[in-house]
Write a protein that binds this ligand. Structure first.
Ligand SMILES: [Mn+2]
Length: 227
């Protein structure tokens, strides 16, 4: 039977992605699914894009960083620093990455789990969840907190376990499991934490340490050089 490896926010951390794949050792038939935020802030967005566009059985969900790229490219918002740096890193490949981002779904619903980038609103079917909630836009997070005044994951009411990225719920760059119902697997690789994978159908966690606190180095280099 084929398995699914769900991977947390990669943020351009291609070397750690490879290390995680070496550790887990998925077969050709296994699916590899990232929860989103694939490119921004890390050192190797192009290699991550190549991986997801050339390997069979790979999928990625739209994260708030992908949404920002789309909206900036459509003139709806100004790109933030992390998008400006990613554009500069990708250079002539940026268009192809944007085209890939346009194909990314807001969620993936597997037999054993539902996967979204960020949040969930109780009482709302998956297909009717608000985009800014699923993707993790600030306004989506504020909307949930104003309406429910509790951490959203305590109210999760979907019919199978939910897997998300986007936030470090532990505060110590580790994954969170809430009542075997919500799996938060963003362990902050690009800030020097770890890259986490969750292997289904067994819900087994794997993790590899970040090689560096990539984002701080990249940001400082970019700002210093004025590029
Ligand atoms: Mn995110």
């Amino acid at each position: 039977m084929s398995k699914q490896l769900i991977i947390g926010d990669i943020h351009g951390c291609y070397d750690e992605l490879q290390a995680l794949l070496d550790l887990v050792g998925p077969s050709e038939a296994d699916e590899i699914i990232c929860v989103g935020d694939l490119f921004d802030r890390g050192p190797k967005p192009y290699q991550v894009h190549q991986f997801f566009t050339t390997h069979p059985n790979t999928h990625a969900i739209m994260g708030n960083h992908e949404r920002k790229h789309l909206r900036a490219s459509q003139g709806k918002t100004a790109p933030a620093l992390s998008q400006i740096i990613t554009r500069w890193q990708l250079d002539e490949h940026y268009k192809a990455v944007l085209a890939y981002i346009e194909t990314m779904p807001l969620y993936i619903d597997l037999p054993d789990a539902t996967i979204v980038h960020a949040f969930w609103e109780p009482g709302v079917p998956l297909a009717e969840q608000r985009e800014h909630v699923l993707v993790g836009v600030k306004s989506g997070e504020e909307y949930l907190y104003d309406k429910y005044e509790r951490p959203w994951y305590e109210l999760y009411d979907g019919d199978k376990p939910l897997i998300v990225g986007h936030r470090d719920y532990t505060g110590v760059m580790k994954s969170m499991i809430y009542q075997d119902r919500v799996y938060g697997i963003d362990s902050r690789c690009v800030y020097g934490g770890a890259l986490t994978g969750l292997l289904l159908p067994d819900f087994r966690l794997f993790s590899v340490p970040a090689r560096k606190a990539h984002w701080f180095k990249i940001r400082d280099r970019y700002v210093k050089n004025g590029m």
